[in-house]
Design a protein around this ligand. Structure first.
Ligand code: GLA
Length: 392
């Protein structure tokens, strides 16, 4: 939280926009990144393992206190200003719910939040599976901490933002998104054990490789409903395994052998959901081992198998994501390709040799366009740092 540099000031076009809109200078600036999940999908709410990273797309938020009990917040993306009282924090199924929900969680925990004015901008695509929601929650909590001079311990902040999403917004997400946005570390993937919350930052060989995120431009329409349906199915699987052995507290504790011998005892759909979670946890562990060697070919293979498992066993992919993945794998220099995030649209993540970036975009771009009529958007990224804030 040191002073903002000249370069950063230039990046923050929101500072000038704030001044223009509110007629006064903002006092704090926050940059809150997006996240991409490299491997470990739908494992976080099963006490499992994930391996995400923060990326080079962010929400930028600038703000100043105004001595009132009201919040005025303008979104440059939606070109819309919302105003609400601190004593009137109700869900309206609107983008501002992420702001209200986070403010409410802070107030409920007795953090001294007062009225403020804020402007939200940045270059993070919304609703494309890169966790703009968690990024906004993190931006709001960070902004309030700096504006009103309180400290919030990282894990407390992560959990608080998750609660805003679970309780206020009403999406029962796991901990991965808020965690990666808070803890992101440049050049590293974050290997998190979602049960113990222990994590390790593992270097990614960014000299030779990059991640290319391909946005399918398919909106994640069914995401929340299907997400909750998957959670219920996992719960049924967990319940069965706990009933045969009470030490099996979550799917994370079930081995592949036990899964196989119980094939006939579970509904086939539930069994496949369990197989995804159980094998995906193992893939994350193997991927981290591969990275440490480093054996990037194996790492890429594991990304590929993860996609197949998401598609066949967990059924959270969609036609366009499968197309993008298949097209990517045909480009030389692509080590692995998979859907990323909750699924049903959104993005794929591709591990690509640096000298193939152009070729990748050209080939996948034109083939996807001619097949679907949609123009995919690409983000070339390395793992980046998590949320950062400055007093202006
Ligand atoms: C969403 C949720 C995460 C996680 C992923 C799937 O991004 O917010 O907690 O469950 O889906 O891996």
């Amino acid at each position: 939280m040191t002073g903002i540099t000249q370069t950063l000031k230039q990046e923050f076009s929101e500072i000038a926009a704030f001044r223009k809109l509110f007629g006064a200078a903002p006092e704090v600036a926050v940059r809150s990144p997006a996240r991409v999940n490299i491997i470990g999908e739908h494992t976080d709410y099963n006490d499992g393992f994930v391996f995400p990273a923060a990326i080079n797309r962010s929400i930028r938020m600038v703000a100043r206190p105004d001595g009132s009990q009201r919040v005025e917040v303008y979104s440059a993306n939606f070109r819309e200003k919302v105003e609400f009282g601190l004593d009137d924090l109700r869900r309206t199924r609107h983008w501002s719910d992420y702001v209200k929900g986070t403010v409410k969680e802070l107030i409920d925990r007795d953090y001294p939040v007062k009225g403020f004015k804020a402007l939200i901008g940045g270059d993070l695509p919304i609703a494309s599976g890169l966790s703009s929601s968690a990024s906004l929650e993190m931006a709001v909590s960070e902004t309030c901490a700096l504006l009103f001079g309180f400290e919030i311990e990282p894990w407390e902040q992560i959990k608080l933002c998750r609660r805003a999403e679970n309780h206020f917004v009403g999406v029962n997400c796991g901990i991965m998104d808020q965690f990666s946005i808070r803890m992101g570390l440049k050049g590293h993937g974050l290997f998190l054990d979602c049960r113990s919350l222990e994590y390790e930052a593992v270097p990614i060989p960014v000299d030779e490789l990059v991640f290319i995120i391909a946005d399918s431009q398919v909106e994640r329409g069914l995401a929340a409903t299907e997400y909750h349906a998957r959670q219920k199915q996992c719960e049924r699987g967990r319940h069965y395994f706990s009933s045969i052995n009470k030490n099996l507290r979550s799917l994370r504790d079930v081995g592949e052998d036990l899964l196989i011998v119980n094939r006939e005892n579970l509904d086939p759909v539930i069994w496949r959901r369990c197989r995804h979670v159980i094998t995906e946890n193992r893939r994350v562990q193997r991927a981290v081992e591969a990275l440490k060697k480093p054996d990037m070919a194996l790492f890429g293979e594991l990304m590929n198998t993860s996609h197949e498992s998401c598609k066949v066993d967990y059924e959270v992919s969609c036609h366009e994501l499968d197309l993008l993945v298949d097209m990517a794998r045909k480009v030389p220099g692509v080590l692995g390709a998979r859907m990323t995030g909750a699924g049903f649209g959104g993005c794929t993540i591709n591990l690509v040799a640096r000298n193939r970036i152009e070729e990748f975009q050209q080939k996948v771009g034109s083939l996807y366009r001619s097949t679907t009529g949609l123009t995919p958007k690409f983000i070339i990224t390395e793992p980046e740092d998590g949320v950062r804030s400055w007093k202006l």
